[in-house]
Design a protein around this ligand. Structure first.
Ligand code: PGA
Length: 246
Protein backbone atom coordinates (compact mmCIF):
# COMPACT_ATOMS: atom_id res chain seq x y z
CA UNK A 1 0.00 0.00 0.00
CA UNK A 2 1.28 3.44 -0.91
CA UNK A 3 0.17 6.43 1.16
CA UNK A 4 0.70 9.94 -0.13
CA UNK A 5 0.24 12.96 2.14
CA UNK A 6 -1.08 16.05 0.37
CA UNK A 7 -0.87 19.52 1.88
CA UNK A 8 -4.49 20.32 1.13
CA UNK A 9 -7.51 19.46 -1.02
CA UNK A 10 -6.06 21.07 -4.16
CA UNK A 11 -2.84 19.14 -3.95
CA UNK A 12 -4.75 15.91 -3.24
CA UNK A 13 -6.89 16.55 -6.32
CA UNK A 14 -3.89 17.27 -8.53
CA UNK A 15 -1.99 14.18 -7.35
CA UNK A 16 -5.02 11.96 -7.91
CA UNK A 17 -5.59 13.48 -11.36
CA UNK A 18 -1.95 12.70 -12.13
CA UNK A 19 -2.45 8.98 -11.45
CA UNK A 20 -5.59 8.85 -13.59
CA UNK A 21 -3.83 10.77 -16.32
CA UNK A 22 -0.80 8.42 -16.20
CA UNK A 23 -3.15 5.44 -16.53
CA UNK A 24 -4.85 6.93 -19.59
CA UNK A 25 -1.54 7.86 -21.21
CA UNK A 26 -0.03 4.39 -20.57
CA UNK A 27 -3.15 2.62 -21.83
CA UNK A 28 -5.43 4.89 -23.89
CA UNK A 29 -8.20 2.25 -24.04
CA UNK A 30 -8.13 1.58 -20.31
CA UNK A 31 -11.14 0.91 -18.09
CA UNK A 32 -11.53 3.45 -15.29
CA UNK A 33 -13.74 2.68 -12.31
CA UNK A 34 -15.12 6.06 -11.23
CA UNK A 35 -16.80 7.46 -8.13
CA UNK A 36 -19.16 10.27 -7.22
CA UNK A 37 -19.17 12.30 -3.99
CA UNK A 38 -17.68 15.62 -2.98
CA UNK A 39 -14.09 14.33 -2.63
CA UNK A 40 -13.28 13.66 -6.33
CA UNK A 41 -14.82 16.87 -7.74
CA UNK A 42 -11.48 18.75 -7.60
CA UNK A 43 -9.77 15.82 -9.32
CA UNK A 44 -12.35 15.82 -12.12
CA UNK A 45 -11.90 19.59 -12.52
CA UNK A 46 -8.14 19.13 -12.82
CA UNK A 47 -8.55 16.42 -15.47
CA UNK A 48 -10.95 18.65 -17.42
CA UNK A 49 -8.38 21.45 -17.30
CA UNK A 50 -5.63 19.17 -18.64
CA UNK A 51 -7.99 17.84 -21.31
CA UNK A 52 -8.78 21.40 -22.45
CA UNK A 53 -5.04 22.12 -22.69
CA UNK A 54 -4.70 19.10 -24.97
CA UNK A 55 -2.67 17.04 -22.49
CA UNK A 56 -5.02 14.07 -22.16
CA UNK A 57 -7.29 12.19 -24.53
CA UNK A 58 -10.26 10.19 -23.23
CA UNK A 59 -11.61 9.12 -26.63
CA UNK A 60 -10.83 5.42 -26.13
CA UNK A 61 -11.47 5.19 -22.38
CA UNK A 62 -14.27 3.06 -20.90
CA UNK A 63 -15.67 4.05 -17.52
CA UNK A 64 -17.63 2.05 -14.98
CA UNK A 65 -19.17 3.88 -12.04
CA UNK A 66 -19.43 2.42 -8.56
CA UNK A 67 -23.08 3.01 -7.81
CA UNK A 68 -26.47 4.56 -8.58
CA UNK A 69 -29.80 5.14 -6.84
CA UNK A 70 -32.54 2.69 -7.79
CA UNK A 71 -35.52 4.48 -9.37
CA UNK A 72 -33.85 7.72 -10.44
CA UNK A 73 -33.82 8.77 -14.10
CA UNK A 74 -30.49 9.75 -15.66
CA UNK A 75 -31.65 13.37 -15.95
CA UNK A 76 -32.70 13.59 -12.30
CA UNK A 77 -30.19 15.99 -10.79
CA UNK A 78 -29.70 13.66 -7.79
CA UNK A 79 -28.77 10.66 -9.92
CA UNK A 80 -25.14 9.63 -10.14
CA UNK A 81 -25.41 9.51 -13.95
CA UNK A 82 -26.33 13.20 -13.84
CA UNK A 83 -23.41 13.87 -11.47
CA UNK A 84 -20.92 12.18 -13.79
CA UNK A 85 -22.26 13.92 -16.89
CA UNK A 86 -22.25 17.37 -15.36
CA UNK A 87 -19.00 17.11 -13.35
CA UNK A 88 -16.91 15.22 -15.88
CA UNK A 89 -18.19 13.52 -19.03
CA UNK A 90 -19.83 16.59 -20.63
CA UNK A 91 -16.49 18.43 -20.49
CA UNK A 92 -14.15 15.82 -22.01
CA UNK A 93 -14.04 13.75 -25.20
CA UNK A 94 -15.08 10.42 -23.69
CA UNK A 95 -17.56 8.45 -25.82
CA UNK A 96 -20.77 8.46 -23.71
CA UNK A 97 -21.60 4.98 -25.02
CA UNK A 98 -18.55 3.72 -23.17
CA UNK A 99 -19.53 5.33 -19.86
CA UNK A 100 -21.44 2.99 -17.57
CA UNK A 101 -23.58 3.69 -14.50
CA UNK A 102 -26.14 1.13 -13.21
CA UNK A 103 -29.55 1.66 -14.83
CA UNK A 104 -31.66 3.37 -12.17
CA UNK A 105 -34.89 3.05 -14.15
CA UNK A 106 -34.89 -0.65 -15.06
CA UNK A 107 -37.63 -2.23 -12.87
CA UNK A 108 -35.91 -5.64 -12.65
CA UNK A 109 -33.14 -5.17 -10.08
CA UNK A 110 -31.61 -8.60 -10.69
CA UNK A 111 -31.28 -7.76 -14.37
CA UNK A 112 -29.50 -4.48 -13.54
CA UNK A 113 -26.98 -6.32 -11.37
CA UNK A 114 -26.49 -9.16 -13.87
CA UNK A 115 -26.05 -6.71 -16.76
CA UNK A 116 -23.59 -4.59 -14.79
CA UNK A 117 -21.43 -7.58 -13.86
CA UNK A 118 -21.43 -8.60 -17.52
CA UNK A 119 -20.37 -5.11 -18.64
CA UNK A 120 -17.42 -5.27 -16.23
CA UNK A 121 -16.42 -8.77 -17.38
CA UNK A 122 -16.89 -7.98 -21.08
CA UNK A 123 -14.59 -4.98 -20.95
CA UNK A 124 -11.86 -7.12 -19.41
CA UNK A 125 -12.07 -5.82 -15.84
CA UNK A 126 -11.16 -2.48 -14.30
CA UNK A 127 -7.63 -1.15 -14.71
CA UNK A 128 -7.86 1.60 -12.11
CA UNK A 129 -10.67 1.98 -9.58
CA UNK A 130 -11.17 5.33 -7.87
CA UNK A 131 -12.76 5.26 -4.39
CA UNK A 132 -13.86 7.73 -1.78
CA UNK A 133 -14.48 6.46 1.72
CA UNK A 134 -17.42 7.16 4.04
CA UNK A 135 -17.00 8.31 7.62
CA UNK A 136 -18.18 4.82 8.63
CA UNK A 137 -15.59 3.19 6.36
CA UNK A 138 -18.00 2.37 3.51
CA UNK A 139 -16.79 2.06 -0.08
CA UNK A 140 -19.36 2.57 -2.82
CA UNK A 141 -22.68 1.79 -1.13
CA UNK A 142 -21.11 -1.17 0.67
CA UNK A 143 -22.07 -0.23 4.19
CA UNK A 144 -20.61 -1.78 7.37
CA UNK A 145 -21.49 -5.47 7.57
CA UNK A 146 -21.53 -6.11 3.80
CA UNK A 147 -20.08 -9.49 2.86
CA UNK A 148 -16.71 -9.15 1.12
CA UNK A 149 -17.64 -11.65 -1.60
CA UNK A 150 -20.48 -9.65 -3.21
CA UNK A 151 -20.54 -8.47 -6.81
CA UNK A 152 -23.01 -5.78 -8.01
CA UNK A 153 -26.06 -5.87 -5.74
CA UNK A 154 -29.02 -3.84 -4.44
CA UNK A 155 -28.72 -2.13 -1.09
CA UNK A 156 -31.56 -0.98 1.19
CA UNK A 157 -30.57 2.50 2.29
CA UNK A 158 -30.51 3.08 6.02
CA UNK A 159 -33.35 5.19 7.44
CA UNK A 160 -30.75 7.80 8.46
CA UNK A 161 -29.40 8.00 4.88
CA UNK A 162 -32.92 8.40 3.48
CA UNK A 163 -33.67 11.18 5.96
CA UNK A 164 -30.33 12.89 5.25
CA UNK A 165 -30.98 12.72 1.50
CA UNK A 166 -34.49 14.12 1.83
CA UNK A 167 -33.12 17.67 1.83
CA UNK A 168 -32.36 17.24 -1.88
CA UNK A 169 -35.91 16.14 -2.78
CA UNK A 170 -39.36 17.77 -2.75
CA UNK A 171 -40.70 15.18 -0.30
CA UNK A 172 -39.56 12.15 1.70
CA UNK A 173 -41.53 9.88 -0.68
CA UNK A 174 -39.33 10.89 -3.59
CA UNK A 175 -36.09 9.89 -1.86
CA UNK A 176 -34.75 6.61 -3.25
CA UNK A 177 -34.97 3.76 -0.74
CA UNK A 178 -32.49 1.53 -2.54
CA UNK A 179 -29.27 1.81 -4.50
CA UNK A 180 -27.11 -0.40 -6.71
CA UNK A 181 -23.46 -0.78 -5.88
CA UNK A 182 -20.49 -2.59 -7.25
CA UNK A 183 -19.67 -5.19 -4.60
CA UNK A 184 -16.44 -5.51 -2.68
CA UNK A 185 -15.44 -8.57 -4.67
CA UNK A 186 -15.73 -6.53 -7.89
CA UNK A 187 -13.78 -3.63 -6.42
CA UNK A 188 -11.03 -5.98 -5.23
CA UNK A 189 -10.69 -7.41 -8.74
CA UNK A 190 -9.57 -4.02 -10.11
CA UNK A 191 -5.89 -4.11 -11.08
CA UNK A 192 -5.15 -0.85 -9.25
CA UNK A 193 -7.09 1.09 -6.64
CA UNK A 194 -6.83 4.80 -5.85
CA UNK A 195 -8.47 6.07 -2.65
CA UNK A 196 -8.94 9.79 -2.09
CA UNK A 197 -9.90 11.38 1.23
CA UNK A 198 -9.89 14.86 2.67
CA UNK A 199 -10.99 16.54 5.86
CA UNK A 200 -10.66 15.57 9.51
CA UNK A 201 -14.05 13.84 9.61
CA UNK A 202 -12.44 11.06 7.52
CA UNK A 203 -9.43 10.59 9.81
CA UNK A 204 -10.89 7.81 11.97
CA UNK A 205 -12.25 5.92 8.95
CA UNK A 206 -8.83 6.09 7.28
CA UNK A 207 -7.12 4.81 10.41
CA UNK A 208 -9.62 1.97 10.84
CA UNK A 209 -9.59 1.01 7.16
CA UNK A 210 -5.83 1.08 6.61
CA UNK A 211 -4.42 0.17 10.01
CA UNK A 212 -7.23 -1.65 11.82
CA UNK A 213 -8.37 -5.27 11.66
CA UNK A 214 -9.82 -6.46 8.35
CA UNK A 215 -13.52 -6.87 9.10
CA UNK A 216 -16.82 -6.41 7.20
CA UNK A 217 -17.81 -3.82 9.81
CA UNK A 218 -15.16 -1.57 8.21
CA UNK A 219 -15.68 -2.28 4.49
CA UNK A 220 -12.63 -0.22 3.44
CA UNK A 221 -10.37 -2.47 5.56
CA UNK A 222 -10.53 -5.10 2.84
CA UNK A 223 -8.26 -2.84 0.77
CA UNK A 224 -5.34 -3.96 2.96
CA UNK A 225 -5.56 -7.27 1.07
CA UNK A 226 -5.18 -5.66 -2.37
CA UNK A 227 -1.67 -5.55 -3.79
CA UNK A 228 -1.82 -2.19 -5.60
CA UNK A 229 -3.59 0.46 -3.54
CA UNK A 230 -2.62 4.12 -3.40
CA UNK A 231 -4.21 6.34 -0.77
CA UNK A 232 -3.93 10.07 -1.38
CA UNK A 233 -5.21 12.13 1.49
CA UNK A 234 -4.82 15.64 2.80
CA UNK A 235 -3.09 16.14 6.16
CA UNK A 236 -6.39 16.26 8.04
CA UNK A 237 -7.71 12.98 6.66
CA UNK A 238 -4.35 11.32 7.36
CA UNK A 239 -3.86 13.02 10.75
CA UNK A 240 -4.37 9.84 12.80
CA UNK A 241 -1.95 7.73 10.76
CA UNK A 242 0.92 10.19 10.27
CA UNK A 243 2.91 8.45 13.04
CA UNK A 244 2.53 5.09 11.30
CA UNK A 245 3.80 6.28 7.95
CA UNK A 246 6.61 8.70 8.84
P1 PGA B 1 -17.70 12.11 -0.11
O1 PGA B 1 -18.28 10.65 -0.10
O2 PGA B 1 -16.65 12.15 -1.17
O3 PGA B 1 -18.89 12.97 -0.45
O4 PGA B 1 -17.15 12.38 1.25
C1 PGA B 1 -17.41 9.57 -0.04
C2 PGA B 1 -18.20 8.35 0.29
O5 PGA B 1 -19.12 8.44 1.12
O6 PGA B 1 -17.89 7.29 -0.27
Amino acid sequence: MKIVVAEDYNQMSRMAANLISAQVIMKPNCVLGLATGSTPIGMYNQLIEWYKKGDIDFSQVTSINLDEYRGLAPDNDQSYRYFMDTHFFNHINIDKKRTHVPDGLEPDANKVCRDYNKIITDCGGIDLQLLGIGINGHIGFNEPGTAFEKETHVVDLAESTIRANSRFFASLDEVPKQAYTMGIKTIMQAKKILVVANGKEKAQAIKDAFFGPILPKVPGSVLQLHNDVTLIGDKEALSLILDEIE
